[in-house]
Design a binder for this molecule. Structure first.
Ligand code: PLP
Length: 262
């Protein structure tokens, strides 16, 4: 079943999705995203260096990600741990920094601690405990962001804002976790007047909890549809997939229970 064509090993499906030269497409898209980030920073009176772009590589096949690596993308954010493991095996020769940004089942903890640098979806005490003891065994630390549900949608993962202060107070019990900040997925809507309040809420919550735990300073918020608004509301990390890698063929309901858009 050899469907590959050309020197880059692209399949016919890859060419339909990414074009015949994905590396140059990714370079162009990355430059466009960079410029949009720079403009959003300028509008908000922020330094460009204050915002980090975390490219989200979910659904992009490993052999295509190799081209993305050559295009200058060296940090890969994946939603699902299984998908990340498979890609990492294939790309083991490249010094990629892997982040997991999606909900993690407690029985998958040991896979994450083997290789991920960052975890953006810490949302329970049980998970914090399991991650900490696994990290202990592997004698390493993990950068974590606490996920908060800022949209009030029941199906979204993340802590309720009211549960955040006591959760933050307990993080000290887990010395292998290095808290970096808070993460959220805003309401899925094209209507920025409904999206922005989610970002503003995360920022207010961060300001409150930073008094309890000064390590929790960063805001991980903003995706392809809303990263400029997120930057204007104070995002430190934007998690951007489709604006770099093109539209995903899979429905997002596969990753989030509450698709389609509100
Ligand atoms: C997929 C994903 C993103 C990026 O979404 P895009 O629309 O591709 O920019 C950000 N955060 C999380 C948690 C994701 O799963």
């Amino acid at each position: 079943m050899d469907m590959t064509t050309g020197a880059q090993g692209l399949t016919a499906d890859d060419i339909v999705r990414f074009g015949p030269d994905p590396e140059s497409v990714f370079r162009t898209n990355l430059a466009a995203v960079e410029s949009r980030i720079a403009h959003a920073c300028a509008r908000a009176g922020r330094e460009r260096a204050s915002v980090r772009l975390l490219p989200i590589t979910k659904t992009v096949p490993a052999h295509v990600l190799r081209l993305a690596y050559h295009a200058g993308i060296h940090d890969f954010g994946e939603n699902k741990i299984q998908e990340a493991i498979g890609k990492r095996e294939i790309l083991h020769d490249l010094p990629i920094a892997w982040s997991i940004v999606g909900h993690l089942q407690t029985n998958k903890v040991k896979y994450l601690t083997r290789f991920a640098r960052e975890f953006h979806a810490l949302d329970s005490m049980r998970l914090a405990e399991l991650l900490n003891s696994r990290l202990e065994r592997e004698d390493r630390t993990l950068d974590v962001y606490v996920q908060v549900n800022t949209s009030g949608e029941e199906s979204k993962f993340g802590l309720h804002p009211d549960a955040l202060p006591s959760f933050v107070d307990c993080l000290d019990q887990f010395p292998r976790l290095r808290p970096r900040g808070l993460m959220t997925l805003a309401l899925f809507s094209d209507d920025m007047t409904r999206v922005r309040p989610c970002f503003a809420l995360l920022r207010r919550l961060r300001d409150q909890v930073a008094k309890r735990n000064p390590a929790l300073v960063e805001l991980s918020m903003g995706m392809t549809g809303d990263f400029e608004a997120a930057i204007e509301e104070g995002a430190d990390v934007v998690r951007v997939g489709q604006a770099i890698f093109g539209k995903r063929p899979t429905p997002d309901g596969h990753y989030w229970p509450d698709f389609p858009k509100a």
